[in-house]
Design a binder for this molecule. Structure first.
Ligand code: FES
Length: 105
């Protein structure tokens, strides 16, 4: 597990992108919980965001791909709308420990 950032550095209810060497990740914080995914849309295999750290839909209920608008659940990364229903984002094991966000990349 690798430390990606401090929990305090993630705004609650928002997403943030990180490029760690060759890995592009996104983290979404919900209270004390953090969900981690590879920044890779299963529809075309490209990055999800169009602007830095903009990973969520307007109502901040789903992860949204900026290219064709696929929506993914925040807790499981499952596509529930758009061009790739039923496909999933690649979820990474993640835990918060001592205020640090650790991810298995
Ligand atoms: S590339 Fe993400 S929905 Fe098409």
């Amino acid at each position: 597990m690798q430390e990606i950032c401090k929990l305090d550095e993630l705004p609650d209810g928002e997403g943030r992108g990180f490029d760690i060497e060759l890995d592009a990740l996104l983290l979404i914080r919900r209270g004390e919980q953090v969900f981690a995914y590879r920044n890779n849309c299963p529809h075309r295999g490209i990055r999800l965001e169009w602007q830095p750290d903009q990973f969520l839909d307007y109502e901040k209920q789903y992860i949204q791909c900026a290219t064709h608008g696929a929506l993914f659940t925040i807790d499981e990364g499952e596509c529930i709308a758009g061009p790739c229903p039923g496909e999933k984002l690649d979820q990474l094991r993640c835990r918060v420990e001592g205020g640090k966000v650790l991810v298995d990349i």
